[in-house]
Each structure stands twice: as C-alpha cells, then as structure tokens.
Write a protein that binds this ligand. Structure first.
Ligand SMILES: [Zn+2]
Length: 299
C-alpha cells in the first residue's frame, strides 16, 4: 500500500507552526517524518515523503494539489499547542489523532494513539474534524487521512518525554500503522524470530526466520526437517550443511568399490567426476557394487 507522509507547516513563506519549550513544530514534524518513513518501508509499505520544502496546507490554499494518485493512506504529522504549561506540572497533556468526521474505520488511528500513549503520554483519543483543508482534500479523494498531534509543544512534561522518547514515538507511529493494517508488528529486538512456512526442496516446513535489513535469515537447524544434515565440524571449526542423501566428503574406499567403479565407468562410458558423484551418494559404495554386478551379469 502507498502511504503519503506529510510533515505539517513550513514552506514559503515559512510557517513555523506552534513554538514552545525550545521547539518549533515545523522542524519537529520533519524530523519525525524522516524517522517514521524507513520504519514504514520496513513493513513493506511504499512511502512517499511529501516534499519537506512545502507546506501542504499553503499549497492547497494557493490552488495547488497533493500527490494523492495511487495513495491508500495519508499521515500528517503535527504537534499540539495551547496546554500552556511551560514549567511542567508533572503530567502530560498528551496525544490525539484527528480523522475526518465521516471517516469510517479508526482502528489504525486507535493503534497509533494507544502506542504513543503507552510511552507515557495521556491518551486524548480520536477526534473528528471537518474543517481542516488538507484532511478534507484527502477525504474528498476517497483516501483515509490521519493527523497525528503527537503531544503538546507548550507543555514541558510532554516535551521532556518527547525528547527522551523521540525514536520510540516514531516506532509507535510505524507500529500502529502496521498493526492497524493487519501486519505483524516487529519487536525492535534483532533476536526476534518469526515462524514462517518455507519450501525446501519441494516440501513445506515451519522454520524460524529473522527478517533484517530486507534479508531473510533461516535457522540452520531447521534444515534438518528437510533431511539436511546440520553439524559442526570441530576439525575445520565450521558449521556443515549436508544435502540429503549425499556426503560432503568422499572417504577412502576399498578395492572392491574401486573395481565396481572401474566396471561401471567402462561399461557406461562415464567421466571420472560422474563416478565420484555416484560415490558421494549416501549409499554410493553399495550402489556402485550393485551396478557393477548388474553390468557384469549382462555381459
Ligand atoms: Zn500544526
């Protein structure tokens, strides 16, 4: 799904948005959008970052348009104001998410709100609006829009938490969107292992996998389900994976096996490497002896 990510305010002439506690809204919305985008992409969303040089509101006011073609969801980031608690009173004013009055489903927005609130912000919940220009424009295009008011820029308690939890807030937004759209939310821990169905050699197995930096990792031991031999070779100090029914090494073989190899090779006109390949089969010695016997019997 395509998501348009809009950082509120800014543009030319510059609209800083709200200011408080040493922060400027237009600066913070851009920082947050920049952090959220790659996290959403890691969930498989296709994210379009709205041009951070622009202010979407002003663009629309001046008769412009938004790049809504193909979008499935629009997120607009803001910071709230009017708490007027520059000293801090020990409690946050909190997070709220605005959606259009006629918006039907709000599971995504509720998930975002809940996850941000879980970091310590009061949960002000979902608020419905029909007077916001960007939201109305997106809504008219038939696309769901969420305006996230992360916390209050003029509440010292909010901004103290905001500073300490900036990265976690970005994660909460990305995880909330992922959760709301039915994706499995990943824990930050890189050790997190997911059970995935993997087809190995034509059959399906449950494997423990880690997806990291767009690379899939599968637990080596899980290959044993598919009859691979997974061992650790102390002599060479390396893990070893052996394909089913074959052997990684060809061991010294006796004269009887050598004679069988010669017989089969001569009768069938095989190359040396083909005979060695047959020997690498798990029961290669016995196979070659039986083939040699069959060849001689026909002679
Ligand atoms: Zn704002």
């Amino acid at each position: 799904m395509n998501i348009l990510l809009i950082a509120g305010h800014g543009g030319t002439p510059y609209d800083p948005g709200a200011c408080g506690c040493g922060y400027t809204e237009a600066v913070e919305t851009r920082r947050m959008a920049t952090d959220v985008a790659p996290m959403l992409r890691a969930y498989g969303f296709h994210v379009t970052m709205y041009d951070q040089k622009n202010d979407a509101y002003k663009v629309l006011r001046n008769g412009g348009s938004l790049p809504l073609s193909g979008m499935g969801y629009v997120i607009e980031l803001h910071l709230n104001a009017a708490a007027n608690d520059p000293q801090g009173n020990g409690k946050t004013t909190g997070v709220e998410v605005l959606v259009h009055t006629d918006e039907k489903g709000i599971t995504v927005e509720q998930a975002i709100c809940r996850r941000i609130a879980a970091l310590g912000f009061q949960n002000r919940g979902i608020k419905r609006k029909n007077s916001l220009q960007v939201m109305n424009t997106v809504h008219r295009a038939g696309i769901s829009h969420a305006l996230i008011e992360t916390c209050f820029i003029d509440d010292a308690d909010d901004m103290k938490l905001y500073k300490a939890k900036f990265y976690d807030i970005a994660r909460a937004i990305a995880d909330g969107v992922a959760e709301g759209f039915g994706k499995t939310v990943k824990k930050e821990d890189t050790e997190v292992v997911e059970k995935k169905k993997v087809v190995i050699d034509g059959a399906i197995f449950d494997c423990s996998c880690i997806m990291k930096n767009d690379e899939n990792y599968i637990r080596m031991r899980d290959l044993e389900q598919a009859a691979f031999t997974v061992t650790y070779d102390e002599k060479v100090d390396m893990p070893e994976i052996i394909v089913p029914q074959t052997r990684a090494q060809v061991y010294p073989w006796d004269d009887e096996v050598q004679q069988a190899m010669d017989t089969v090779q001569a009768a069938a006109g095989l190359e040396d490497k083909t005979v060695v390949y047959l020997l690498k089969y798990e029961y290669g010695e016995e196979l070659l002896k039986k083939l040699a016997k069959a060849v001689q019997g026909n002679a």
